[in-house]
Design a protein around this ligand. Structure first.
Ligand SMILES: [Zn+2]
Length: 413
């Protein structure tokens, strides 16, 4: 059992007890006792927030930070990324995912939705780093045999699926509509549907992808997936990464099935893919909008605080409306909506939740005045999130696992 004393939660100085990985008690400061276990007296220095979820990344690409800067997506993939990936060994995957998980944890992200290869090594690394989420084996048409099946890969997959790892789902993800045929997109929709697994796919990332799809199939990418029956089969387990170039019909189709999409603003900007993410329309249509960084080769870091700032500013700027996507809302996109998309809604800081939270260090100058006694709890919470999203960086975040313990038992409250 762990007692966190004098910690800010929802704008109020509070005490929090975590037992067996769950939030078991939450009350005003000075009211809870820690009769056994560790006691951390935060002395009003830390503000706890529910952990964020990086909903689209290729974490093992951390070793390719900034690779191919300046190239557009297809040239970047073929001239730089694929040749680098061809040299990767399983141990590189383990080391890369471990390093990425540590970077995410240090920045308040405790779950991630990954897509790559060698997922047995990725799974081990994520498990060792104490992360949750979903790790998908990315496949293209080259991975299917002549019978249109994935028999070569399924042995490994079934072994991983059967053994699993607590808090981490393994799945198989079609890379994109341009790398996987319609028949195989359907095969994977059936495969994930039978096992109730996420269907994670890159969709509508660039203008070129959309125009190619219109030319080849006569319809836009999301309509194409709908005609293949993919949206009906996957629905709330559909996780569309990027979803940047959508028209009204596509947004309505995603909304009807309550699908998930992942905005990756930094990656989209760096690769020159555009700044057309239609947040308001997607949200209002019933789509669960989440946030991701993408891999480090296109986003250069895994900093969800930075991603929140860029997402919020892009919406305000492109819509010419400063009231759109305030800090409180973009924080929900980065945290609550991500947990929901992964099917793990009760992870956070509410009583009964799995305890998944991070600490904001209020001793940093950017947080001056946030806990002023003249403010209401709600005003403090709003101001804290404004400062976190627009003024701070991930280096203002602390991992509660690394707090000093004042003493092992405490009866002095
Ligand atoms: Zn990606």
């Amino acid at each position: 059992m762990e007692l966190f004393k004098n910690i800010y939660i929802d704008g109020t100085l509070s005490d929090l007890i975590v037992d067996h990985d769950c939030v078991v008690a939450l009350a005003a400061a000075g009211t809870l006792r820690g009769d056994e276990g560790a006691v951390h007296d935060c002395r009003g220095r830390y503000y706890a927030l529910p952990a964020m979820v990086n909903m689209h990344t290729h974490s093992a690409m951390i070793g390719m930070r900034s690779a191919g800067s300046g190239l557009p997506l297809q040239r970047w993939l073929h001239e730089v990324i694929f040749p680098l990936e061809a040299k990767l060994q399983p141990d590189d995957i383990y080391d890369g995912v471990k390093e990425a998980c540590n970077e995410m944890r240090a920045g308040g992200t405790l779950a991630f939705n990954d897509m790559y290869f060698c997922i047995d090594r990725a799974l081990q690394a994520a498990h060792d780093a104490g992360m949750e989420g979903s790790i998908a084996l990315s496949v293209t048409d080259r991975d299917f045999d002549t019978d249109g099946e994935l028999s070569k890969l399924l042995d490994t997959f079934d072994h991983l699926y059967a053994n699993g790892s607590q808090g981490i789902t393994v799945t198989i993800a079609p890379h994109s509509i341009y790398a996987v045929s319609g028949k195989h997109l359907q095969y994977l929709a059936d495969f994930t549907h039978e096992r109730q697994l996420p269907y994670h796919i890159h969709i509508s990332e660039t203008r070129t992808e959309r125009e190619d799809c219109l030319r080849q199939h006569g319809v836009a990418p999301v309509v194409y997936l709908d005609r293949l029956g993919v949206l009906d089969k996957t629905a709330t387990r559909f996780i569309g990464a990027h979803a940047l170039w959508l028209d009204d019909t596509e947004i309505a189709l995603l909304g009807e099935r309550h699908c998930n999409v992942v905005h990756c603003p930094n990656s989209n900007l760096k690769l020159g893919s555009g700044c057309r993410f239609r947040y308001v329309e997607l949200r209002d249509a019933g789509v669960n909008v989440t946030l991701g960084t993408d891999g480090c080769a296109s986003s250069d870091n895994l900093d969800m605080v930075e991603a929140m700032k860029v997402m919020s500013l892009l919406q305000k700027g492109t819509r010419e409306d400063p009231s759109v996507l305030p800090a409180r809302e973009v924080f929900d996109v980065a945290s609550t909506n991500g947990w929901h998309a992964l099917g793990l809604p009760h992870h956070g800081l509410q009583q009964g939740d799995k305890a998944r939270f991070f600490l904001v260090d209020l001793s940093r100058p950017v947080f001056n005045g946030v806990t002023a006694p003249t403010l209401s709890a709600d005003q403090r919470h709003t101001l804290l999130l404004d400062r976190l999203v627009y003024a701070a960086h991930a280096d203002s975040i602390r991992d509660p696992r690394h707090l000093d313990t004042n003493h092992t038992t405490d009866t002095t409250l």
